[in-house]
Design a binder for this molecule. Structure first.
Ligand code: ZN
Length: 483
């Protein structure tokens, strides 16, 4: 019997199953069987015209079925199929590549020789390698969960120049995983907090701060002086922007992404192998894939993935070992398992293929289907203050909570009904279209998706609580804990 592995992000649409045994002769038959059993999965895997979605990749063991016989690929009894969706995550890797950096005329002084002695003792690094690290530069996109271990280890290892792009401020909810920041830095810009820690670890590092949101207007200019770009972002527009800018500039992009217990890592470098778009030509529609802010993440997970990114960065700078170019590493913290998928360079890739259609940076918000709030959408929103006024006025409102049961346990609004977002379609029969329904989640993203689903099913008297239960806590009732 063949089996199919369901990724964490989609488990909720498969009754929580992570592995399903199937009797199927081909990939198509297996997927038909799967979506027959779990109809909720269908729209996540297929588009309206019935084709497999572009941001979903199907692997037979470690091979992408696009490079086998796609849906017609035959299955043997002990085969396992994996669904690898893009998460808010060719040429085989070459060994003995040229190093990215020459040591130039750098020298190490006596304190540096002492500081880096454990590197100097490693034949693959040695004095020459350490001088290369000193002469090298790395740009980190984001000083959050992935950026924290990355920055600390790159600084400790003696990378001479570290650039950081971030515009966020340290928040209490960051401290569970963003170990570069301290409780005392809450409220401070992440850039400053990260810089202070880096200089404490290694005062010899030059730290460049870019207090800005990365955009199509500034990305090429910011990237240009750096040897390696490390992607620690948490959203699709920035991920595609980082990818395309790296392809256009010929720079390696060290990729990592995380969701709950699952992590992905790779090195996308169009000159040596595939890029992110070869893997995922198109982003998922907004709201379909939850971010860490919505879905949560195990605090140590970004530590693991960030350290893999740091390792790959140092190998690239030194030109040693086999990097993750052409491979996607998947990590499951719950099972403590690593798996590896081969990545191919797509000859028709829109940005790194033979005839690219993307030859300059584009509007990535639009590419990812995110538009400024349209007036029509606003009409579906209700603020926490407005909701409070309407409840106080005695209006008969049905409160629908679309979060998960463990979030409900943290806090919920009195009198609300719980239907997790993944079950809204299946359980819509429990709701009445005649009722005035206010849908809420933690921050307003999942509830917006639920409102859309219910609208498409004919519900019209719907409101989405803007900012979710956290807005309620901030604007109405501070006794409801923020999380
Ligand atoms: Zn590509």
């Amino acid at each position: 019997m063949a089996k199919i592995l369901i990724p964490t992000a989609l488990k909720q649409y498969a009754e929580g199953q992570e592995e399903v045994d199937l009797e199927a002769g081909t990939v198509d038959e297996a997927l038909a069987d799967l979506t027959g059993r779990y109809p909720g999965l269908k729209k996540h895997l297929y588009n309206e015209s019935g084709a497999l979605r572009n941001f979903v990749n199907i692997y037979l063991n470690d091979e992408d079925v696009r490079y086998l016989e796609r849906g017609k690929t035959k299955l043997a009894a002990d085969d396992s199929l994996s669904i690898i969706p893009a998460i808010a995550g060719g040429a085989p890797a070459q060994t003995g590549r040229r190093p990215l950096v020459e040591d130039g005329h750098t020298t190490l002084d006596a304190t540096e020789i002492q500081r880096y002695s454990r590197h100097l003792l490693v034949p693959e690094i040695g004095l020459d390698g350490q001088k290369k690290l000193k002469a090298s530069s790395v740009l980190m996109i984001g000083a959050g969960g992935l950026g924290s271990p990355l920055a600390l280890y790159l600084a400790a290892a003696g990378v001479g120049r570290i650039g950081i792009v971030d515009f966020d401020v340290v928040d209490y909810s960051n401290l569970q995983r963003q170990v570069i920041h301290n409780t005392s830095s809450v409220g401070q810009p992440k850039l400053e907090s990260a810089r202070d820690r880096i200089l404490e670890v290694n005062p010899g590092v030059q730290v460049d701060l870019y207090n800005t949101a990365l955009s199509s207007e500034n990305a090429l200019e910011i990237f240009a002086p750096y040897d390696v770009i490390v992607d620690g972002t948490d959203n699709f527009p920035t991920r595609y922007l980082v990818n395309d800018a790296c392809v256009l500039l010929g720079k390696p992009n060290v990729y990592g992404s995380i969701f709950r217990f699952d992590g992905q890592a790779s090195v996308f470098w169009a000159q040596e192998g595939p890029c992110y778009r070869c893997l995922y030509p198109e982003p998922p529609p907004p709201g379909l894939v939850p971010s860490c802010a919505e879905g949560g993440v195990l605090g140590v997970l970004p530590g693991m993935i960030g350290i893999i990114q740091a390792t790959e960065t140092i190998k690239l700078l030194l030109g040693i070992g086999d990097t993750l170019v052409g491979r996607l590493l998947l990590y499951d913290a719950l099972k403590m398992k690593f798996r590896e998928m081969k990545l191919q360079k797509d000859p028709d890739c829109p940005v790194c293929g033979a005839h690219p259609t993307v030859t300059e940076l584009i509007d990535y918000q639009e590419f990812c289907g995110i538009r400024p709030h349209a007036a029509e959408d606003d009409a579906w929103d209700i603020t926490a203050t407005e909701l409070k006024q309407r409840l106080d006025a005695g209006e008969d409102l049905v409160l629908l909570d679309v979060r998960e049961p463990h979030e409900w346990d943290i806090a919920h609004l009195e009198g609300a009904t719980l239907i997790p977002v993944g079950q809204v379609q299946a359980r819509a029969g429990e709701l009445n279209t005649a009722d005035d329904i206010v849908v809420y989640c933690k921050g307003g993203t999942r509830s917006a998706r639920a409102v859309q689903e219910l609208r498409s099913m004919g519900f019209r008297k719907l409101k989405n609580l803007k900012g979710g239960i956290n807005a309620w806590s901030q604007d109405v009732d501070p006794s409801v804990p923020l999380y």
